[in-house]
Design a protein around this ligand. Structure first.
Ligand code: SF4
Ligand code: SF4
Ligand code: SF4
Length: 246
């Protein structure tokens, strides 16, 4: 008898957990924990996370129009928000198209149509997270093979857009040079307002971030260190990270 009760308790416990898992997996509950756990870079114009998850109809229109193949749809393994679009800047960042076609293509309002041009994009903020590994700060030239990852990505793309070829051409010229890749590859119309190489205390240079950064993640993608020295903090503003920090 005791065994049956234990089994029943276990059944109730595990089926409850199972249902909870399914609910969370489907993105139905927006607990503060779930939203905090969500740390994905969303496409340009994305509404605040809770609204974004409620509005996105998972149609994939945004990723179909992206010329850089920047947008992916989350799969089940990624937890909640299955089928919603995100950008993995370690793989392919956003390159801030002037007319922001991903936003234009969004039929649901999950990507806010008031984001009309590259300067309107606010996805997050770049941070030199690992200064100890930054090549510029140790005067280490960009090593051979630094561009393998981007070539591999392009090789896997079925229909390469000419813009991707131009990007690769620009990126391919840095072997043996002092690293300025994050600053040079910043795609916004006024990159000097977002990032610049400045002298550091040890006689090297370091990237410095300014309030024009839109958090597109290009600097993270092109950083040649094995774990990018510079990363984007999704949904964090310049003021939140830099101004209010000190
Ligand atoms: S702005 Fe351009 S590169 Fe960035 S996600 Fe939208 S379509 Fe892709
Ligand atoms: S500094 Fe980095 S994240 Fe910011 S706009 Fe430039 S490339 Fe994008
Ligand atoms: S891309 Fe920027 S952050 Fe990365 S190693 Fe080069 S200078 Fe440093």
């Amino acid at each position: 008898m005791a065994k049956v009760q234990t089994d029943r308790r276990d059944f109730v416990k595990y089926s409850t957990l199972g249902v909870l898992g399914l609910v969370l997996g489907g993105g139905i509950i927006f607990s503060p924990y779930t939203l905090r756990a969500e740390n994905r870079l969303r496409p340009p114009g994305a509404m605040p996370e809770k609204e974004f998850l409620a509005l996105c109809i998972k149609c994939g229109q945004c990723l179909q129009v992206c010329p850089y193949h920047s947008i992916e749809l989350a799969d089940m393994a990624m937890g909640h928000g299955e089928g919603t679009p995100y950008i993995d800047a370690n793989v392919r960042a956003c390159y801030a198209c002037e007319a922001v076609p991903c936003v234009l293509a969004c039929p649901s309002g999950a990507l806010d149509h008031s984001c009309e041009k590259a300067e309107d994009i606010k996805m997050g903020i770049a941070v030199l997270e690992f200064p100890d590994t930054c090549l510029a700060m140790s005067n280490t030239p960009v090593p051979k093979g630094y561009n393998d990852k981007m070539h591999k990505f392009i090789d896997g793309v079925r229909h390469i857009n000419p813009l991707e070829d131009q990007l690769l051409e620009k990126f391919d010229k840095y072997e043996g040079e002092q690293c300025t890749l994050c600053a040079d590859m910043c795609p916004i119309p006024n990159p000097m307002g977002a990032i610049a190489m400045v002298p550091d205390a040890n006689g090297g240079n370091k990237p410095e971030i300014y309030d024009g950064c839109i958090g597109c993640g290009a600097c993270q993608e092109v950083c040649p260190t094995s774990k990018p020295s510079i990363v984007v903090k999704p949904r964090v503003t310049y003021d939140e990270y830099y101004t209010n920090k000190s």
